[in-house]
Design a protein around this ligand. Sequence first.
Ligand code: AKG
Length: 261
Amino acid sequence: MAKPEELRALDELGYVVLRGVVDAEWLRALRRRVEELYEEEGENAGHEFRTEPFARRLANLVDKGEVFERVVMEPQVLELVGHVLKGGFKLSSLNARSANPYAAEPQPLHVDMGLLPDANGPAVCNSVWLLDDFTADNGATRLVPGSHKWGRNPREVLQDPLAPYPGEVLVIAPAGTVVVYNAHIWHGGTANRTGMHRRALHSFFVRRDLPQQQWQRKLLRPETQARLSAAMRELLALDDPLNDELSAASPGLSGFMGPRA
Ligand SMILES: O=C(O)CCC(=O)C(=O)O
């Protein structure tokens, strides 16, 4: 059960930091698989969604290893996501993002998929899974506490979304931590001034009346779909005609990267 202070942080600040979600063995397995995939996919890595300057990305991870199923199904995270997306939710995408060594540019402050809350409340909720320690200088995620309540897209209202924003906080925490955030919060990765990659997973959720960022039924191979539990099928909306309709018609929006080539 989520603690009252965790729910309060999510409501008031827009995020909650959960330390020690991933134990040492699971962390090793996640890092190993992520590095194998970067190696295998090379220049193509992330192509199912977008590639990004200054960072390595991977997309469609549910299809790329059973080790990732536990990530999207983590009960502690799902409970908090359900607190934000009260009317029900589904997985929107599972990606990896690794800020490159000496990556000079931060990400612009953005809200995920460029979405704002609407009459039905918040639309998106994200979780960042730290595969490396996040430090003050290796590209930790920045968050602007409380900005999920402003109903504004920083790309539209800030002159320079790359610049530091007053009151922003850096997620400084050890590997194995998960940060769940209302994805209307203004946020972004920062510059990596170290010689090491800064790796993370993003397990991203959306309300059931909206399209998935990555249409799971289209992207997952039939053999992957065949082995998934009923609970996973529900979370991924694999048997949901409304999701097929919405996601087939959607361009797969990003918060800050341009249209898909
Ligand atoms: O990796 C990070 O620190 C943040 C990534 C992010 O917000 C994104 O790619 O939309």
